[in-house]
Design a protein around this ligand. Structure first.
Ligand SMILES: *[C@@H]1O[C@H](CO)[C@@H](O)[C@H](O)[C@H]1NC(C)=O
Ligand SMILES: *[C@@H]1O[C@H](CO)[C@@H](O)[C@H](O)[C@H]1NC(C)=O
Ligand SMILES: *[C@@H]1O[C@H](CO)[C@@H](O)[C@H](O)[C@H]1NC(C)=O
Ligand SMILES: *[C@@H]1O[C@H](CO)[C@@H](O)[C@H](O)[C@H]1NC(C)=O
Ligand SMILES: *[C@@H]1O[C@H](CO)[C@@H](O)[C@H](O)[C@H]1NC(C)=O
Ligand SMILES: *[C@@H]1O[C@H](CO)[C@@H](O)[C@H](O)[C@H]1NC(C)=O
Ligand SMILES: *[C@@H]1O[C@H](CO)[C@@H](O)[C@H](O)[C@H]1NC(C)=O
Length: 341
């Protein structure tokens, strides 16, 4: 009896201590995240914006298009800063998710769970797999595949009947032909897709996550828009960059800087871009029933170049061209958002 009274008392002391401690850790006038979120949501609905890393973020802010909310500029959640503001007078919430698919999906899920958003505009730079496209061009994707899910098999291992792509390492032996490459083969497998509109017991096998058709259609009106050609007075792209709407993209937790793998992806999946976040963001939006659009600027050739990747030379220009497309898209998005799903 006495010991249970004791532990009860200890619990009360611990709870009081925690309360006092957590209140003390807030600076004067500082609100709890939940309280900021509540206040901010009252000013919605918002367009959610997600970039990946600093180069893209710097370019985005350098346009001056994002006007921070003076009263509640941001809230930090799970180590990411969600910033509140307006673009062309429309409320937006912006976050930089960090590189890779886990970061991308986690930040997206948080965005849709906690904030009053109408949909997600995802933007950033990407590797270019398509020889008809050039560094500096910007792509609005139509659909995106997670091309990072492979069954790693024995040499000549039996493929699934409906296998849509596989890679035999031995095909790339140099000199060709006579040795067995014990790395065997990898066989693509579609992703397990769960959606709130489906029975929770079932998932479907997803190859392509589809971009919201009405948002994509709206983006086609931007084709032909002028993009920047020069990094500075002495460094320019060899051609005028262009915006192309409706191409396919690929995502994996792999940074591709290898010409042979680049060609494999292009030939087998009909994809123009390679990045490390898009399919995770698109799939999370679709699972939760939110519209999504993806705008990616081409920063490098994913390994088709001789020598160093162009990402350090033209990455910032690609990011700036991308940010400018994002601003124009938000300007065009009609305020009766819900008619545009
Ligand atoms: C794999 O298949 C090829 C072509 O059928 C054959 O030449 C080769 O001997 C096989 N290799 C192994 C390790 O089974
Ligand atoms: C493989 O091919 C190379 C060049 O064609 C040849 O020199 C080598 O002897 C071959 N190796 C085997 C194990 O057949
Ligand atoms: C899911 O499966 C379980 C076990 O098979 C079953 O009891 C349950 O009713 C199913 N739920 C739905 C929503 O179908
Ligand atoms: C232009 O940018 C390149 C790459 O960042 C740099 O090497 C070069 O010095 C810059 N030139 C001028 C005139 O600023
Ligand atoms: C995108 O992928 C689909 C399915 O593989 C293919 O039919 C279509 O031609 C591709 N789009 C482009 C622009 O290549
Ligand atoms: C790529 O396009 C070709 C030709 O349109 C088609 O046969 C093939 O199935 C497509 N690949 C994928 C992965 O959709
Ligand atoms: C490559 O880019 C060109 C030019 O934009 C486009 O017409 C073509 O469909 C793209 N090919 C693939 C496979 O996406």
């Amino acid at each position: 009896m006495a010991s249970s009274m004791d532990s009860c008392l200890q619990l009360v002391v611990a709870v009081v201590f925690l309360l006092v401690f957590s209140v003390k850790s807030l600076k004067p006038n500082e609100l709890r995240p939940s309280s900021i979120i509540k206040k901010v949501n009252a000013g919605g609905p918002y367009i959610g914006l997600i970039s990946v890393y600093s180069r893209e973020e710097d370019a985005f802010f350098s346009t001056g298009g994002f006007k921070p909310n003076p009263k509640h500029p941001y809230v930090d959640l799970s180590g990411r800063r969600f910033r509140f503001g307006k673009i062309h007078g429309k409320p937006v919430i912006y976050v930089r998710c960090g590189i890779g698919m886990v970061n991308a999906a986690a930040a997206t899920q948080q965005m849709v769970d906690l904030f009053d958003i109408v949909g997600i505009v995802h933007f950033g730079i990407a590797g270019n797999l398509n020889n008809s496209m050039s560094i500096g061009d910007v792509v609005v994707l139509k659909q995106v595949a997670n091309t990072g899910i492979w069954d790693w098999m024995k040499v000549n291992g039996t493929l699934e009947l409906n296998s849509i792509a596989h890679l035999d390492f031995g095909t790339y032996n140099v000199p060709k032909g006579n040795e067995t490459n014990l790395l065997g083969r990898i066989s693509f497998r579609p992703e397990d897709f769960h959606s709130e509109s489906k029975n929770p017991n079932t998932s479907i096998q997803l190859i392509w996550a589809q971009i919201t058709p009405k948002w994509l259609q709206l983006a086609t009106l931007l084709e032909g828009m002028k993009l920047k050609k020069c990094v500075n007075s002495s460094l320019c792209l060899p051609q005028e960059p262009k915006l192309v709407v409706g191409l396919n993209g690929s995502t994996a937790n792999i940074f591709v800087d290898n010409g042979v793998y680049r060609d494999f992806l292009f030939r087998n999946f009909n994809v123009t871009t390679t990045d490390m976040e898009t399919s995770a963001i698109a799939m999370t939006c679709l699972s939760n029933g939110y519209p999504v659009i993806v705008i990616r600027g081409l920063s490098d050739l994913a390994g088709a170049q001789t020598g160093k990747s162009a990402i350090d030379t033209f990455g910032s220009l690609a990011a700036l061209n991308t940010a400018n497309v994002v601003l124009k898209f938000i300007r065009m998005l009609p305020l009766n958002y819900y008619l545009y799903y």
